[in-house]
Design a protein around this ligand. Structure first.
Ligand code: SF4
Length: 219
């Protein structure tokens, strides 16, 4: 199990590698973050980014998106996975935020979770990136890195992984964990083949220990 001190060293290494200066990455519009995260579900980043730009070029405000036809939204976001379901959700989310929350995305987890298409991860992304709150959004990269390091167990689900990371992370650094682990997961701790030989945090890693020990046992 990784200690608070060890995790602090891991964060130092990753912060230096990816040059994240808190809170530089937090300043985006919560509504755009919310819609972008809905678009990104089960979709590759490049495709999400393109659809996001096309959608907001045509409908730049919540009002315009709430009035848009579902067919037109579908056409604009077509390359993303489940575009028909997402088009309906996006219009509905825009309408609810406009009518129920006076056009302001709620800054409250329980309210966010009531919106169509919004689960734990999307809520945490909006709260951390949109509002700078100390939440850790657990996506596939965060989950993989946390499990390989030995912070979370294989069978752990969203809330357990998040709680275990929170126990190790000071409040003011929680909202940067997602960005750091996503960059690290894409570059080094890749799925399915992590680049352990060039990893700067391998000395802290449970997965690395297990593969090196099994090699030693074989020889
Ligand atoms: S040693 Fe390998 S598995 Fe462990 S964190 Fe680094 S890249 Fe990931």
């Amino acid at each position: 199990m990784i200690s608070v001190e060890e995790f602090s060293k891991i964060l130092d290494i990753l912060e230096k590698r990816y040059s994240i200066e808190f809170p530089q990455h937090i300043s985006e519009d919560p509504f755009k973050i919310l819609i972008g995260t809905i678009l990104s579900q089960r979709t590759r980043d490049e495709i999400t980014d393109k659809a996001y730009e096309t959608l907001f070029d045509r409908f730049p405000t919540i009002e315009s998106l709430a009035k848009a036809s579902i067919k037109e939204i579908e056409k604009l976001i077509r390359p993303v996975g489940f575009y028909k379901v997402k088009a309906k959700r996006i219009k509905e989310v825009a309408r609810i935020i406009l009518e129920k929350y006076s056009g302001i995305v709620p800054k409250d987890r329980d309210e966010l979770l009531k919106l169509p298409g919004v689960g734990d991860k999307t809520a945490d992304i909006v709260l951390s990136f949109g509002y700078g709150l100390p939440e850790i959004a657990v996506d596939t990269h965060v989950e993989t890195v946390a499990k390989r390091l030995g912070i979370a167990d294989e069978e752990d689900k969203y809330v357990q992984i998040k709680r275990k990371l929170e126990d190790l992370t000071p409040l003011h650094k929680r909202s940067m964990i997602n960005s750091l682990f996503v960059m690290f997961g894409k570059e080094i701790c890749r799925k399915p083949r992590p680049r352990c030989s060039v990893c700067q945090i391998k000395n802290f890693c449970k997965y690395y220990r297990s593969i090196t020990q099994s090699k030693v046992t074989r020889y």
